[in-house]
Every structure is written in C-alpha cells, then in structure tokens.
Write a new protein. Structure first.
Length: 330
C-alpha cells in the first residue's frame, strides 16, 4: 500500500484525482479573485465570483481532509472561506435589495448541511472566533428558526434562543443528542443519525459523486457528517461506537481534543502584523506584500486580503498569493 492509500481518510479518493481537483480549486480561487462572471449586474457578478471562491475554498479544505493532509494547516483556511461567504451575502443583498440576505439558505438541504459543517469546523479546528461572523451572516433571517443552528452556536455564543423547530427532519437525531438524559442516549441518537446521514442527503449535487471521479464531474470531496463530530466533541462523549461509521470524521475529533489539552493557542509575539492572501484584513491601512517590489495597497478591515500582481519566475506579471505586512494607517 502506497503512502497516499495509507493516509487517505476515505477509501474512494485516489491520488491523481486529489491532485487534479485540489489544483482545479486553487486555480478557481485565483481566477475568481481577479475576474467577474460575464452576465448580470455588477452586484450579481461580484456575488457570483465570491460564491465560486467560497465553494472552491470549502470543498478544497474538505478534499484535503479526505486525502489525509495535516489538519493543523486547515485552521487558517477558514478565514478565507468565511470572508468569501461574507462578500457573497453582501453583494447578493445589494443585488436583491435585501440587506438580510444570508450566506446560506437554510431551507435548502445542501446549503443547510454546508452551514452546519462550517459551524462544526469552527469548534473542531478551534476557530470559535469566527462564530460571531457566521451568526451575523445568518441571524437577520434565521435567528430563532432552527434548533440545530441555535444549539450549536449556543456552545460558543451567548444569548442564543431555545427553539423546538427545525428545517429538515433528517437532523432530528442530531438535535436530540444534545438533550439525552445520559451519554448512552446521546450516543444512540448520534449513531442513528450517522447510519442515516448519507441516505438523508441523497438530493444534494455531490451525492454518489464517488462513483465518477473523472474530470468530467469532480464533485466528490468527501462525505463527512462534521456536525455530528462537533457534537461528540462538545458533549465530551466516548465516541468509540461512532468511529465505526465511514462518514464520522474521527481525526477531526482527535485534533480538537489534543489541541485543547496539549496545544492551547498562544498569544502572538510582538512584531509586524502579517496576513496571508485570502485571510481577513484585521485593520484598515496600507499593506505591503513581503518579497515583492511593488507599492503598498490600501485594504479595508474585514475585506479578504488580495493576491499581489507581480512578476513570476518567468517574468510574466500575474496575480500571486502573498504574505502582507501592515505598513501604516491610511
């Protein structure tokens, strides 16, 4: 068995497919960072580009996990994902004259699952700092309307609401697991949820995508019930029985537990503030791309850090990822 086969986390993925699709998503993020779709109003085009970037970033992250890549490096990638969903919601709101337009329509099963996965990843990757931004995207339209959404956020945010309604019946066992009278009851609910999870998402575009790993499709990035793993972690359950399910991302739970116990987040050392392309700008000002002899760029707080337009090794000018260093206030 080769190294890739031994480290991959689901047996469906192959190394050639992983290399092709991860490269495809990286190119898509780069492309939609510098161009807009051809059709629609300016706001619609900007929303479309942001949606393409967000989807590619998110699916590439799950693809990396599926292929057995190190989990620690995925923590920083959540910044770019959330930033792109923020841009998508912003421009969709402009296009439809609806300032409450969400990043995810929770009534749609595929978007609901992605929202729950993203919230779950914030806990499993110890990025609870992103939860207020996710809530800000969804709350104007969905606050108090779905039990799983509210209950998951309640583990990281104060002031969430207690509701007993939800959008999708297939998540009932997941919701019930938080209200079990014992750990055994919670585990029974999660085991039931995991047994039915794959069949319950049969209507989404990527269902059964492992059956065709050709470049004609490219929809498979892994099947993962991340919200169930997040609950097992948050409820501090002995998840031995859950690990029998192929869709249970046990390595994410192990990472969450070991990070909490052995690798607490350290206070950043004093020195220049640096942020990578795709991460969120922490302060409005002039930012300089390290290692590039180009002028500084004005970037606003909350925006995604851009690529730098500079010569590559061949001398051709093109957008490239960069490490940005804060130079001065605007």
């Amino acid at each position: 068995m080769d190294d890739f086969s031994s480290r991959r986390r689901q047996r469906f993925i192959s190394e050639p497919y992983f290399k092709w699709l991860s490269g495809f998503h990286a190119e898509a993020v780069e492309e939609w960072s510098r161009i807009l779709p051809a059709n629609g109003t300016d706001a619609q085009k900007r929303a479309g580009a942001a949606s393409f970037r967000a989807e590619s970033r998110f699916e590439r992250l799950l693809l990396q996990y599926t292929a057995g890549e190190p989990i620690g490096q995925m923590r920083d990638e959540l910044d770019g994902i959330v930033a792109d969903y923020e841009q998508f919601a912003k421009w969709q709101g402009v296009a439809f004259e609806r300032p409450d337009w969400p990043a995810f329509r929770l009534s749609e099963l595929g978007e609901y699952e992605r929202a729950m996965q993203l919230i779950g990843l914030c806990f499993l990757l110890h990025r609870q700092d992103l939860l207020p931004r996710i809530a800000a995207l969804q709350d104007p339209l969905y606050r108090g309307r779905d039990a799983l959404y509210e209950d998951l956020l309640d583990y990281g945010l104060d002031g969430r609401l207690d509701v007993d309604t939800w959008f999708h019946e297939s998540y009932r066992d997941c919701i019930n697991s938080m209200y079990g009278d014992s750990d055994d009851e919670s585990l029974a609910d999660l085991n039931s949820y995991l047994e039915k999870w794959y069949a319950s998402v049969s209507g989404v575009a990527w269902h059964d995508s492992h059956l065709d790993l050709s470049e004609r499709k490219g929809l498979y990035f892994g099947y993962w019930a991340i919200e169930a793993a997040a609950l097992a972690y948050l409820l501090e359950l002995d998840d031995t029985s859950l690990r029998e399910h192929i869709v249970y991302p046990k390595d994410l739970v192990d990472f969450a537990r070991s990070f909490r116990e052995n690798a607490p987040r350290q206070t950043p050392p004093a020195g220049p503030v640096t942020v990578r392309t795709g991460q969120v700008c922490p302060e409005t000002g002039i930012w300089k791309a390290q290692g590039h002899n180009v002028p500084g760029v004005l970037i606003k707080q909350g925006d995604a850090m851009p690529d730098v337009f500079a010569p590559d090794r061949s001398g051709a000018h093109r957008p490239q990822p960069a490490v940005w260093e804060f130079e001065r206030k605007a």
